[in-house]
Design a protein around this ligand. Structure first.
Ligand SMILES: Nc1nc2c(ncn2[C@@H]2O[C@H](COP(=O)(O)OP(=O)(O)OP(=O)(O)O)[C@@H](O)[C@H]2O)c(=O)[nH]1
Ligand SMILES: [Mg+2]
Length: 615
């Protein structure tokens, strides 16, 4: 039997640089196709459903949904645009035949636009160009479109991909038009373009089933769900299958149920056909990248390979004097390992290896945010642990040490130009270009080793009071080179344990900036402030004012404390040095010296200095 074409179906991914409006556009597509029952309350960014996604306003996990337009089922795959979650995009593109490439009409194509477009084109997806956020006051849709066309011309692998339709949209309002002189009314032109340009899935229904697992999900009563597209054959409930895993073929198992999407819901069906995106259950050990096959046609599809991590850090069992006080779940070495192993099943770009001791694990990811999200998730689940400063992952080639190098694009207002060029220059980043736009905005492009860029995002936000935007993209691996060492001043540490009091903090304030307020429990070696000078200084923040019988003037009793600087997880990861750790608990984040006792630290430094002098 020949291939069949599923004219009743389209599978497409929505890809873009971070914040260019993917999830908002999906909202509008869901609403205009009446994917919700009238009683359902729906808000904004509907697919950004997990807690951290809502808080941060970004998509972290790729997600599926499905709508119906003119009798055709459109399976939409929303993807994250932040570079650190690029693994998520790579994981799901194989389910699609086409993609909506969104480009912000004011920003134009950005680093991640190029990365995701290249991947989509390499996988043979047919693109539709969507110039979005037409309503932005500084929108320049023509300029954005021209730049997008240039990019497409550069990256297309098949001439058919160049023939991409163009839509201009306002995702927030839910309007689209093919002609800038005609105002859009709804998303109909976009839906029509999808029907016309995204190829209908095709495949041979008579051959044995093949389904590549691209996503895993847990369902409270059905157990593990494996999501993927039926690449070949048909699928029915109860069907016996074998699973091609990294380590060979599984035992014979059977599909106990099949789900198809309907809007945001999944409904159980008895069978699915070639081209459908389904979730199946009954396969408890299945992993992402495995192929589910008919028992009589055991042939695997190529595994999903995602790019390698660039940063790694140590996760270790807490050795803090406060260990055990704030954890909500047991956080022994075995529990942490089990939790990290569980993460590996779905977080495809993550790697975990044994560390130098039984209580330490090397966790590698695609960037600071990728690792920070994992830390934050585990902390909210109740775990307690310690993490080290992130380091770049190097490779050896022909006897040379190589390190990741990135392109970094920064958008700032002219007023901040001096501070930003100094920041990047002091890190050893090399400027490639500088462009002004009409509104006084500047776009600076740099090339720098990943190592030089750790922590730059935080400094950029501070220097520009939150208005600067930075985006990076991995260029490749280059020879390790000497860089100016970004220099951090010293820290103020607690000289002994206790509860911080106003009197002690007033003394700290004379020396530097406080990270804690009165009432905070501290231990010896905990970092409690910033020393504006190099070198660390121990202060007794728990020190009470001497009680005397004679009451001096009341002015003595009132100490005016400036509010402490509250350090976020991402800032803490940037801030700490190699001899320091971040202690993570469900209730608190603390920074500490690895060696808590100041005398011991001093002795170690002396020994190291002597070793350097003699060797
Ligand atoms: N002015 C304007 N703002 C928009 C439009 N579409 C989205 N936004 C805003 O842009 C921001 C980002 O939108 P999202 O839909 O979360 O973008 P995204 O591409 O899904 O972001 P990531 O998934 O994190 O990459 C939000 O504040 C939206 O309200 C639009 O058409 N016009
Ligand atoms: Mg999103």
């Amino acid at each position: 039997m020949p291939l069949i074409q599923r004219d009743d179906l389209r599978n497409l991914a929505i890809i873009a640089h971070v914040d260019h409006g993917k999830t908002t556009l999906v909202d509008a597509m869901l609403k205009q196709t009446h994917a919700f029952a009238s009683h359902e309350q729906v808000g904004e960014l509907i697919l950004d459903s997990n807690e951290l996604e809502r808080e941060k306003g970004i998509t972290i996990l790729a997600k599926n949904t499905s709508i119906r337009y003119r009798g055709v089922t459109l399976n939409l795959i929303d993807t994250p645009g932040h570079v650190d979650f690029g693994g998520e995009v790579e994981r799901v593109l194989s389910m699609a035949d086409g993609c909506l490439l969104l480009v912000d009409a004011a920003e134009g194509p950005m680093p991640q636009t190029r990365v995701v477009l290249r991947q989509a084109l390499e996988m043979g997806l047919r693109p539709i160009i969507v110039i979005n956020k037409l309503d932005r006051p500084n929108a320049q849709p023509d300029v954005a479109l021209e730049a997008t066309h240039d990019l497409l011309l550069e990256l297309a692998s098949d001439p058919a991909q160049l023939d991409a339709p163009v839509l201009f949209t306002n995702g927030r309002q839910g309007t689209a038009t093919t002609d800038l002189t005609v105002e859009g009314r709804d998303l109909e032109p976009l839906f029509e373009a999808i029907l016309d340009h995204v190829p209908a899935p095709s495949g041979d229904p008579e051959l044995g089933l093949q389904l590549l697992v691209s996503t895993l999900d847990d369902d409270s009563y059905r157990g593990r769900l494996a999501l993927g597209r039926v690449a070949r054959g048909n699928l029915r409930k109860g069907q016996p299958v074998v699973v091609g895993t990294r380590d060979g073929w599984s035992q014979r198992q059977s599909i106990t149920g099949i789900l198809l999407w309907q809007g945001l819901h999944r409904i159980e069906v008895a069978e699915a056909r070639v081209g459908d995106i389904v979730a199946v259950f009954g396969l408890p050990d299945v992993a992402i990248g495995d192929t589910v096959c008919d028992v009589d046609a055991a042939e695997t599809l190529p595994r999903i390979e995602v790019s390698e991590p660039t940063l790694r850090m140590q996760f270790s069992v807490s050795t803090s004097p406060f260990a055990g006080r704030e954890q909500k779940v047991s956080s022994t070495s075995r529990q942490l390992r089990a939790r990290l192993d569980r993460e590996l099943r779905t977080n495809v770009a993550l790697r975990v290896a044994d560390g130098s001791t039984a209580d330490t694990f090397e966790v590698s990811g695609r960037g600071e945010l990728h690792l920070a999200i994992l830390i934050e998730t585990m902390r909210r689940e109740g775990y307690e642990f310690e993490v080290s400063r992130p380091q770049v992952i190097t490779r050896e080639r022909d006897g040379h040490r190589l390190e990741p190098v990135e392109e970094c694009v920064i958008d700032v207002h002219q007023d901040h130009l001096g501070a930003i060029t100094e920041l990047l220059g002091s890190r050893g980043a090399v400027m490639q270009s500088m462009r002004t736009d009409a509104g006084g905005g500047m776009r600076l492009t740099y090339v720098a080793p990943t190592r030089a860029l750790i922590g730059v995002r935080g400094s950029l936000l501070t220097l520009t009071r939150g208005t600067g935007v930075m985006a990076t993209r991995l260029l490749g691996w280059e020879r390790w080179r000497a860089l100016p060492r970004p220099h951090r001043s010293g820290v103020l540490t607690a000289s002994q344990g206790g509860i911080a009091v106003a009197y002690g903090l007033a003394a700290l304030q004379e020396r530097g900036q406080a990270f804690i307020g009165p009432g905070t429990p501290v231990y010896e070696g905990m970092i409690v402030g910033l020393n504006p000078r190099p070198g660390d200084l121990a202060v007794n923040v728990a020190k009470q004012k001497q009680k005397t019988n004679i009451r001096s003037s009341t002015a003595d009793f009132t100490v005016v404390l400036t509010p402490p600087r509250v350090i976020s997880l991402e800032e803490a990861l940037d801030f700490i040095q190699d001899d320091e750790l971040v202690e993570v608990t469900p209730a608190n984040l603390r920074m500490r010296k690895r060696v808590l006792n100041a005398n011991e630290r001093h002795a170690i430094r002396k020994r190291e200095a002597m070793a350097r002098a003699s060797g």
